[in-house]
Design a protein around this ligand. Structure first.
Ligand code: XIL
Length: 391
């Protein structure tokens, strides 16, 4: 293993000084100095039979050539951050707009990159006209089912052969809404069609695209906190039902929006969960990796960026070490490469720093310099067993 472990107890203690235990319930990990190895994240992943990639926005690829060059260089697989969601593809009834998604696909092809499709059926980011129809009591169930499967048929057929994966169903679980089975309640699809919407979506995707590996994608299943445990339990039961009904699901996407200062990561719990998931014969991908570096505390001793970068990198490495130890793991995608364009920086006030600085949850700084997280991801690929060697 090519890595220099531990920075030494003194330095570790110094770098943790000022952190109050009460503010940081996680177990902080030993700081590691990941080596600066040659190659790109894509090439280091490929050397182990893995794919590394990122979510991209078509607009950013056009407006920021330096960033576009970085994406071309570092990623072996791309996913559209929003361009292949229903709200973009079918903002108006009976009109499809594939242009934004196609722009990303063209970029990927030009640069020899693969693409994941994201996402065919989600409770969020649907156009108002779809929500209205799905909630209209005067429209019958068969018509509502056809709205879902017709859309999936059109989109998955159009991109057939061009996507390595499809996130067919996104985020179907939310035990906090109170259903005993933990399934999401506020969801236009299940409200109209019951849980069978998932079966319908996967069957329609399989029929339209015989090539892509069909994924169910979920967040909040990674960490050692009660609401993640509840999601894992509900998800495993769902997989059991889907497999029992012969639904053609082939992979589980682990979104991996990690929150190291709020949600402890425990290798054993995560490994145990992945063992159960792969027991259903499923592939795995880390689909949306980023790490919020907000501690959500008024503590005046907030760790400064260098310390946060160390801690975030260490959690990512521990997390990836477990994920990559499974031969079923195909790909690791970050939800963006640079903090400048991260949804953590732009969308969620809780993840942005109060004085306005960006969240630091991605491998590159906002001015496109490699961070410790970049090295940690690279080190995880270097240390990963070659897919073909795992029995
Ligand atoms: C987010 C995008 O980053 C935003 O740009 C968009 O407005 C909303 O969606 N889980 C998912 C992704 O599966 O589609 C979400 O992406 C992030 C959470």
């Amino acid at each position: 293993m090519r890595r220099r472990e531990f920075m030494g107890a003194g330095l570790l203690a110094a770098s943790l000084a000022g952190l109050s235990k009460a503010s940081y319930p996680l177990t902080l990990r030993p700081l590691t100095d990941y080596p600066d190895e040659p190659g790109t994240l894509a090439s280091r992943a490929a050397a182990r039979g893995l794919l590394f990639g990122t979510a991209v926005k078509s607009a950013t690829l056009q407006t920021d050539p330096r960033y576009a060059a970085l994406v071309a260089q570092q990623a072996g697989v791309l996913v559209a951050e929003y361009e292949m969601k229903w709200d973009v593809i079918a903002a108006q009834p009976d009109r499809y707009d594939f242009a934004p998604g196609d722009a990303i696909l063209a970029f990927a092809r030009k640069n020899g990159q693969r693409m994941r499709g994201h996402t065919l059926c989600w409770y969020a980011v649907n156009p108002a006209w779809v929500e209205q129809k799905m909630r209209d009591p005067s429209i019958d169930r068969a018509t509502k089912a056809k709205l879902l499967t017709g859309y999936i048929d059109t989109v998955a057929r159009r991109y057939s052969g061009k996507m390595i994966h499809w996130d067919v169903v996104n985020e179907p679980i939310d035990p906090s809404e109170g259903r005993p089975d933990g399934m999401r309640v506020k969801n236009i699809w299940s409200e109209a069609l019951g849980e069978t919407y998932i079966d319908m979506a996967f069957h329609a995707a399989r029929e339209a695209d015989p090539h892509a590996v069909l994924y169910l994608n979920e967040f909040g299943i990674e960490s050692d906190i009660p609401w993640n445990e509840a999601k894992r339990t509900a998800l495993l039961k769902l997989l059991d039902r889907l497999k029992g009904r012969g639904v053609p699901i082939q992979g589980l996407g682990i979104q991996s929006h990690l929150q190291p200062y709020k949600a402890r990561f425990d290798e054993r719990i995560f490994r145990d969960f992945l063992e159960k998931v792969t027991g259903y014969g499923l592939k795995l991908s880390v689909t949306e990796l980023d790490l919020s570096d907000r501690a959500l505390t008024k503590d005046s001793n907030e760790p400064e960026p260098a310390r946060r970068d160390n801690q975030v990198a260490a959690v990512a490495k521990a997390f990836l070490d477990v994920a990559l130890s499974f031969k079923q793991t195909e790909a690791v995608l970050c939800w963006g490469l640079s903090d400048k364009y991260s949804w953590l920086s732009s969308r969620w006030a809780k993840d942005r720093w109060p004085e306005g600085s960006f969240a630091r949850g991605l491998p590159y700084t906002s001015d496109l310099r490699e961070k410790k997280l970049y090295r940690a991801i690279g080190a995880a690929f270097d240390a990963a067993p070659d897919r073909s060697m795992i029995v």
